[in-house]
Design a protein. Structure first.
Length: 220
């Protein structure tokens, strides 16, 4: 059972999300928060697997709330909820430790899938809109040198694997691209994460962009 906390200052949004998630046999909403401060406290108390985090909330915004939640418990996965008029928060959310983001006007079925994806330890980078936003905000906000030292520790093959991870490829797709076994691809990805000191794909993508391994706008 995947436990979820919903943090959004709109009651109707929380109720809508809760109804959809609680209807799934493997998902359960264990708490709701109308502001960032409450969200941080709830996560410390309930230890959910996934947090749906709005970025604009009273008392404490979603970005800072995400940072505090992840700092307190590395196992939790935070999924940032955003809209087109606040895209500037996407990169900040990922820097704070979020595992991805979802547009708030996405179909509710996508919400269910997103919760399962991030709960499994994957980053939510599949949609084309996600790739475009990550590329743009990395280009305009990230340091071009922050990841160089870490990436220098990777072998040529591991660097290639990191590039593919940053482009949103799954382990299966990486195996196909490199013509290797899926288990081998999985092992490469695990070693890359260990060398970079990152916990999941979201953080690995950040390092890849900051080191200049992936050029914004060049992804398929």
């Amino acid at each position: 059972m995947i436990s979820v906390v919903i943090a959004d200052d709109q009651t109707m949004v929380r109720q809508s999300f809760r109804a959809v998630l609680d209807a799934q046999p493997d998902l359960r909403v264990v708490g709701e928060a109308a502001d960032g401060t409450t969200a941080v406290a709830l996560c410390a108390e309930l230890e959910p697997d996934v947090v749906l985090m709005d970025v604009r909330m009273p008392e404490l915004d979603g970005i800072e709330a995400t940072r505090r939640i992840v700092a307190g418990r590395q196992e939790v996965r935070v999924l940032i909820l955003t809209t087109f008029d606040i895209d500037e928060y996407v990169f900040g959310g990922l820097r704070a430790g979020a595992s991805g983001f979802l547009l708030k006007d996405s179909p509710l079925d996508d919400l269910v899938t997103a919760v399962r994806v991030v709960s499994a330890g994957n980053a939510l980078f599949a949609p084309a809109i996600t790739r475009r936003l990550i590329g743009e905000f990395t280009r305009t906000h990230a340091s071009a040198h922050a990841g160089h030292t870490l990436v220098a520790e990777l072998t040529a093959r591991e660097t290639e694997v990191l590039r593919l991870v940053a482009r949103g490829l799954s382990n299966t797709e990486i195996a196909e691209a490199l013509v290797i076994a899926e288990q081998t691809a999985k092992s490469h990805v695990s070693r890359v994460f260990a060398k970079l000191g990152v916990r999941d794909r979201a953080q690995a993508v950040m390092v890849a962009y900051e080191a200049g391994l992936v050029v914004p706008g060049a992804m398929p």
